[in-house]
Design a protein around this ligand. Structure first.
Ligand code: UD1
Length: 423
């Protein structure tokens, strides 16, 4: 069993470079299925979810070549001729559902198993299906597979989402690209990764307007073509390292992302007493000499506080002088790291979607288990300031979304290692 062993108490310093956003790269990869041709995607992170999406595309008949040193993907979808995505792959990663819109656009048919991924909530896809239905797609459920049929044609429509779902906004956008007429998505999600996808779709010949706002307009086009695209920087990877810096750095610079995409978490840090210096594509922080001020945090769709940064800030809150109150509004099951943080000495009480975190506490190293991607990363952060060794197991969660997590930390002064332990 692979375990990350973190030796607590080492100061971080220097500069760390973040890669392209997982949550963008996966959708850009799916989008290559929409039109046959050769695509070059740059700044693609070397993480296991990208590998899985590559396998999905390969199963559909595309050829996928990843240059690890250049972080560049070459995808040729010219010969892709299948629209059935197997359960074995889709069940491992929720983001595989983003292949649905592209397959419908290209083949007018799709069979996609119901998705899996992090165990952080029910994660229904009703909004994806309701929106695509408005465009003229007929859906059946065949023993756990979603069977989509758009053979009678796609027509632009007004789609109003119940909730600004990231995945639903993206799937409906991709399903509407060649629909006849205009599609309007109201109450659309506004995440930077959606803007990145829309930019790539427009390079492919699509006409998507106002992505990044509440109302996205898509004017149907007749033809699409392949293109090259560079993935936007990963604001969540950046935010994770910045929290590490706030916990234990003399001075840490995180570069390769747009600080505007992390505005509210950065403001929270400032409120808590952390000095934050913003540059064009970089932010510098250091651990304050005074004890942190507690903060109230509510996760919300972008530009609100990201649910993907909630676990990391929970660790920060254990070091604040007083009670911090965290409310999780996006996913219902995202406090799974709490039990292990308490084992490390944290004082946290959870009720329903709320967590009360009391600080400051001295954390102690312990054996803990990644409950999900961001929870696992947060436990590694806790290990940085804990006394002694922290052993974080189930590292496959962390590898889904962080490239060379341990190596990047060691390069800025942390002392960690992947070690093999008996199960
Ligand atoms: C994406 C991100 C994930 C991030 C999340 C919210 C990827 C690969 N993942 O996930 O890292 O945490 O956005 O920023 O991009 N919901 C429904 N019905 C639907 C769709 C969603 O009820 O049809 C619910 C979900 O169960 C969840 C909430 O809406 O409670 C948010 O989901 P959504 O915004 O769709 O997140 P994802 O696209 O799954």
């Amino acid at each position: 069993m692979d375990v990350i062993r973190v030796e607590g108490g080492h100061k971080l310093h220097g500069t760390v470079h973040v890669g392209g956003a997982k949550n963008s790269a996966l959708k850009l990869m799916a989008a290559t299925m929409m039109a046959p041709g050769v695509y070059h995607l740059s700044n693609v992170p070397n993480i296991s979810d990208v590998g899985l999406m590559g396998q999905v595309l390969t199963m559909l008949g595309a050829s996928v070549d990843y240059d690890e040193t250049q972080h560049r993907l070459t995808i040729d979808t010219s010969a892709a001729d299948k629209w059935v995505t197997p359960y074995e792959l889709v069940s491992k990663m929720r983001a595989s559902i983003s292949i649905l819109g592209p397959l419908i656009t290209r083949f007018k048919h799709a069979v996609v198993a119901m998705p899996g991924g992090c165990n952080i909530g029910a994660r229904s896809i009703d909004q994806h299906l309701a929106g695509l239905k408005m465009l003229g797609v007929h859906f059946d459920n065949d023993h756990g597979d979603i069977v989509a049929d758009a053979s009678s044609g796609l027509k632009g429509a007004l789609v109003t989402l119940d909730f600004p779902s990231v995945g639903a906004t993206e799937n409906i956008m991709m399903g509407a690209i060649t629909a006849k007429g205009t599609t309007i998505i109201e109450n659309a999600a506004r995440e930077p990764e959606i803007v990145d996808l829309a930019n790539m779709l427009n390079k492919m010949g699509a006409d998507v307007r106002d992505a990044g706002s509440h109302v996205v307009e898509i004017h149907g086009v007749d033809e699409l073509h392949a293109c090259d695209h560079t993935t936007v920087g990963d604001r969540i990877e950046a935010g994770t390292f910045l929290v590490a810096g706030a916990l234990s750095a003399d001075e840490l610079t995180v570069e390769g992302f747009n600080p505007v995409h992390l505005d509210i978490p950065l403001r929270k840090m400032e409120y808590m007493g952390i000095r934050v210096e913003r540059g064009e594509n970089r932010v510098t922080v250091c651990a304050p000499e005074k004890t942190l001020v507690p903060a109230d945090i509510q996760t919300l769709p972008f530009p609100g506080f990201p649910t993907d940064m909630q676990a990391q800030f929970m660790v920060l809150a254990t070091q604040a002088n007083g009670s911090s109150f965290i409310t999780e509004n996006v996913f219902e099951n995202r406090f799974m790291l709490v039990a292990d943080l308490i084992r490390m000495g944290a004082e946290i009480r959870v009720e329903d979607r709320h967590a009360l975190v009391k600080g400051p506490v001295k954390l102690m190293g312990a054996r803990v288990k990644s409950p999900d991607l961001r929870g696992g990363a947060a436990l590694v952060l806790a290990g940085l300031i804990a006394e002694g060794y922290t052993l974080v197991s189930d590292t496959f969660h962390i590898k889904r979304g962080y490239e060379a997590f341990v190596e990047k930390f060691n390069a800025i002064g942390a002392v960690m290692a992947h070690i093999d332990m008996p199960d």
